[in-house]
Design a protein around this ligand. Structure first.
Ligand SMILES: Nc1ncnc2c1ncn2[C@@H]1O[C@H](COP(=O)(O)OS(=O)(=O)O)[C@@H](OP(=O)(O)O)[C@H]1O
Ligand SMILES: [Mg+2]
Ligand SMILES: [Mg+2]
Ligand SMILES: [Mg+2]
Length: 393
């Protein structure tokens, strides 16, 4: 993998007395050549700077809304999941900033994003649309580098609908979750603005803005305490590692995943919402591994951000049967963690494939940890899944 330096690869090789004992899919995940070889020589500096700017501005809009959240700001989509004025506003801001930063790419601009304007075009949504338009204009005018004339409601609808791309394995595609963890956002808890860029089907950069995540580790203290300064911006570029800085603009620092080798010392993250991930399965896996600490449950890709700086060592995600993972729920988090030295795999140990459109096609679940723990984690996952299958047959 591009993120694994030759030094860490050597250490992993030496940690196995016999390479043949490593499960086949995991072997290729840990040892295969960089999947981004063809694009690794590109710099993506301008794209990363634009992504950081877009996500930071969107975070400003979201923070404002979360502070004054009214019940009327929360609608239900056709799949019954919540969506707020901030989800729409964030998507409009990111779409607008990206298109403006790359005017020459307007013909080929492609954005795969979660929200669409369908519900906002309905007659009874006029007031909501006006509110979103005002939020977007207020946020853009708060940034001194954007001296733009105010956007109309139609401009906002068009910006939201730029996110309809199907993605795929050719060319470049931005991937956006304007608010990941909307349930957390509505509760006043963790959420993230997650933006990544795919080039020829590979994630080449990613940004996670986590307005409520403490700048210090959440592994060691109560994440809800108001004592700690919050607001993190994680950013990663292929081959360049992962940075973290405060959302109000402190200089970035390099972050790395936990180096823990003994599962007994590890702690693990999982979804806050039991409906999003099978907590009983995670607890059986953790038990098999010998993890002693209780799970840390937080919303959104803030989990990937926290993992990338070593707050915990493992992330387990096992959606209930039938759920299909979307690329915007993982693309930014994936590169933030892998560039910090971590490994992201599905439950069979295969690498995630972001090149197949809006969905990820994967086996059962997603597991994330460091290079040392992945083989034993995968073994525990396989055993727990087998036990679950035989108990339900
Ligand atoms: N049933 C089900 N199973 C699995 N995942 C689901 C499910 N329903 C929704 N989602 C997606 O989960 C996204 C929120 O991420 P998390 O699960 O990490 O956060 S949470 O702790 O559950 O809030 C959430 O992202 P947002 O919609 O962007 O908030 C969803 O895409
Ligand atoms: Mg949603
Ligand atoms: Mg999401
Ligand atoms: Mg979302």
């Amino acid at each position: 993998m591009a993120s694994i330096s030759s030094g860490s690869l050597t250490r992993v090789l030496y940690s196995y007395p016999c390479k043949a004992k490593i499960p086949k899919p995991l072997y290729s995940l840990l040892f295969k050549k960089s999947p981004v070889v063809g694009v690794a020589s590109m710099s993506y500096d301008k794209e990363l700077a634009a992504a950081k700017k877009a996500a930071s501005l969107a975070a400003r809009l979201c923070q404002k809304v979360q502070k004054a959240l009214l019940q009327s700001d929360v609608q239900s989509k056709s799949d019954k999941s919540p969506v707020t004025v901030a989800d729409y506003g964030s998507q409009a801001i990111v779409s607008f900033v990206l298109e403006r930063e790359f005017p020459s790419d307007s013909e080929s601009f492609s954005l795969v994003a979660e929200e669409d304007s369908g519900d906002l075009r309905k007659e009874d949504a006029q007031e909501t649309l006006e509110r979103i338009t005002k939020l977007v204009n207020d946020t853009l005018s708060s940034d001194e580098t954007y001296s733009v004339s105010p956007l109309s409601a139609n401009d906002v609808l068009a910006a939201i609908d730029s996110g309809k791309s199907e993605g795929g394995s050719h060319g470049r595609h931005w991937v956006l979750d304007p608010i990941d963890g909307t349930k957390g956002f509505v509760r006043g808890d963790q959420y993230a603005i997650a933006l990544a860029l795919l080039d020829e089907g590979k994630v080449v950069l990613g940004v996670l803005a986590c307005p409520n995540l403490p700048l210090s580790s959440i592994g060691s203290h109560d994440q809800h305490s108001s004592q700690y300064k919050v607001g993190c911006l994680f950013s990663a570029k292929v081959g360049a590692g992962t940075d973290m800085q405060s959302l109000d603009g402190s200089p970035p620092i390099k972050v790395h995943v936990s180096a823990i080798e003994d599962p007994e010392e590890a702690s693990f993250f999982e979804s806050f919402e039991a409906a999003h991930s099978m907590h009983d399965l995670s607890s059986s896996i953790a038990k098999k591994l010998g993890v002693k600490a209780p799970p840390v449950r937080i919303d959104s890709q803030a989990k990937y951000g926290a993992l990338s700086r070593g707050d915990g060592a493992i992330y387990l995600r096992f959606p209930h049967k039938g759920y299909r993972e979307k690329i915007w729920d993982h693309a930014a988090g994936y590169i933030v963690v892998t560039e910090a030295g971590g490994v992201v795999a599905d439950a069979a140990g295969n690498a995630l494939d972001f090149s197949r459109g809006r969905y990820l096609d994967l086996d059962t679940g997603i597991i994330v940890t460091n290079l040392k723990l992945m083989p034993s984690l995968l073994k525990a996952v396989t055993e727990s899944l087998n036990e679950k299958a035989s108990s339900s047959s």
